[in-house]
Design a protein around this ligand. Structure first.
Ligand code: ADP
Ligand code: MG
Length: 399
């Protein structure tokens, strides 16, 4: 689960990280009061969306030469004018996809006097099975370019979970970021704080880009992007309260209510599958035959009829799904339960697109019988290969 920048900064502030003062607002009416709470003489008006690249982003509704999603303001009037222009509009960045994201919240923040922009992040490094810091002196809005063309400028430093951030590791990070004086002292304090926050809150990613050295020589967290491990959210009510559903795909929210693993994708074949491995294989084979999956939906092991019904309804509600492939290997999951769930969903919402069903495993004969006797226009398939070819052909034909 992702949260907004201002929320991430509040979490880090609790742990003692140096962040600027700021006020989040939801409407332009609040802009003036928010700016007045800050000292000035520089304010920054920052779009709050669950995506980075905001500074270089463009608003769909504004002229091409209009300013981006992070704007400096030298007066309170400018803060208000920018807030009016930004709120309610759609920001397109390198990370949002072409549709962009509507800006419903702004963060009005104290402007910092920047001497240097650094990059610092924490992530779970699967290659060594540890949490690792990633650090570079080349922070700011072009870090992706640095990673691609000069990867030697980026240090990856794994942290042993039994040792934590030792003095030696903290010093290595200071060296990599070329910190001295006050900035070095700030860094030595900051790195263990970030590591503790990451571990205690079950973060999956904590990215500070930029971490800045200010003209007064001190460090400040200027941007913060945090995402959490969804499997650990049950033990963090405070973090769950930060969820912004307007940032999430509606179908994914619906799926999460039924504990279904659903991810919306860009293609046109909806897939209902049981087990993540079978879901991956199904997506691969659809691609092999020249089409793209519209989603990844795993109904899981011993799903009930209700869960299967909900899953099928989510797939049929996707206007991009021009065909549906049900591919089930019944182990714990029973094929007859799948068949009943599909029928119940079709009774409620109808079926406008071709449906290919491949069932195998426990109670397969009963499952096939239920579908055959239903009068539904189902294309039966015998194996994975057959099923994929049939749905790809059916969708092409319908086009
Ligand atoms: P994004 O990464 O989404 O573009 P950032 O928060 O990193 O958004 O902001 C982009 C740039 O705007 C930063 O690299 C920095 O140069 C500038 N900036 C952001 N916040 C402030 C601030 N509080 N004071 C001064 N400059 C800022
Ligand atoms: Mg940034």
């Amino acid at each position: 689960m992702n949260i907004h920048e201002y929320q991430a900064k509040a979490v880090l502030k609790e742990y003692g990280a140096p962040v600027a003062e700021g006020v989040a607002i939801f409407s332009a009416d609040e802009a003036e009061a928010a700016a007045k709470q800050l000292p000035g003489p520089l304010w920054v008006v920052k779009s709050q969306i669950h995506a980075g690249g905001r500074g270089k982003g463009k608003f769909k509704e504004l002229e091409a030469d209009a300013k981006g999603g992070v704007r400096l303001a030298k007066t309170i009037e400018e803060v208000v004018a920018n807030a009016k222009e930004m709120l309610g509009n759609t920001l397109v960045t390198a990370q949002t996809g072409a549709d962009g994201k509507v800006v419903n919240r702004l963060y009005i923040e104290d402007g910092a006097d920047i001497a240097r922009e650094l990059y610092l992040s924490l992530l779970v490094d699967r290659s060594c099975g540890q949490v690792a810091f990633v650090a570079s002196t080349e922070g700011g809005m072009d870090i992706e370019e640095v990673a691609a063309s000069t990867p030697e400028k980026i240090l990856t430093l794994p942290i042993d979970p039994l040792e934590g951030v030792t003095d030696e590791k903290a010093a290595q990070l200071c060296d990599a970021l070329e910190l001295d004086g006050d900035a070095r002292a700030d860094g030595l304090k900051l790195f263990p704080i970030l590591y503790t926050a990451f571990v205690e809150k079950d973060m999956a990613l904590l990215e500070i880009n930029p971490l800045i050295v200010m003209k007064d020589g001190h460090l400040r967290v200027l941007d913060a992007k945090v995402s959490f491990d969804g499997n650990a959210l049950f033990r963090h009510d405070d973090i769950m309260a930060l969820r912004d559903k307007s940032e999430e795909d509606e179908k994914e929210i619906e799926a999460s209510k039924y504990d279904l693993a659903y991810v919306a994708l860009d293609g046109n074949i909806g897939c209902m599958v049981n087990g993540a491995g079978l879901a991956m294989a199904t997506m691969d084979i659809i691609k092999l035959y020249g089409a793209e999956p519209a989603n990844f939906l795993d109904v899981g092991g011993g799903a009930s009829k209700e869960k299967v019904t909900a899953a099928f309804k989510i797939i049929t509600s996707d206007p991009n799904a021009k065909g549906i492939l049900v591919n089930i290997f019944g182990g714990i999951m029973r094929c007859d339960v799948i068949a009943e769930g599909v029928l119940a969903a079709v009774k409620e919402v109808g079926l406008q697109v071709p449906l290919v069903v491949r069932l195998e495993g426990t109670n397969v004969e009963l499952g096939k019988k239920i579908i055959n006797e239903s009068g539904l226009n189902v294309i039966p398939a015998d194996d994975l290969d057959d099923a994929a070819q049939k749905i790809v052909a059916a969708v092409k034909e319908a086009e």
